[in-house]
Ligand binder design. Sequence first.
Ligand code: 5GP
Length: 182
Amino acid sequence: MSTPARVAGEAAVGEVLVTAEDLQRRVAELGEEISRDYAGRSLLLVGVLKGAVFFLSDLMRFIDIPVEVDFMAVASYGSATDSSGVVRILKDLDAAIEDRDVLIVEDIVDSGLTLQYLLRNLGSRNPRTLEVCALLTKPERRKVDLPTRYVGFEIPDRFVVGYGLDYAERHRNLPFVAALES
Ligand code: 5GP
């Protein structure tokens, strides 16, 4: 029987698509842009576990307005590489978001189905504003059109790992984003 760790061991980290330097530069730009856009207000960042944790913690250090953080964990039914849009909440937010300025922080938007679910779910809790900040997006894979206010990088239709993104829980610790080669 093949364990997840062994499966991960069989896939190799390939071409680097976003370098560590480019990640740090763009994350700083996004933090400054967000600080300008929300000046005079306080912001609640909602991180989607686990992949967005790395991006969120770096991004937060470049936000210079009052900011709080909360987390959600969701599981999307589907195959290893295709989400179905049917999403289950594994961990909900700790606090209510009514009348708050909420920014969802996502690692990657692929089909957009997970984000569509999150926008509907959090939108129904009556936040004052609800926007999205995604580190990566794969426009070629998009199935639903979504308002993604802040985007780090557009990448081609490749399965990527690193900077929080995993394959069978491996490779999150890479400081860059690379394509996975099977
Ligand atoms: P979507 O619902 O947009 O199709 O999928 C979003 C989720 O699928 C992401 O939050 C991420 O967990 C996972 N995902 C999509 N593309 C990739 C990828 O290239 N690499 C990794 N590691 N996860 C991905």
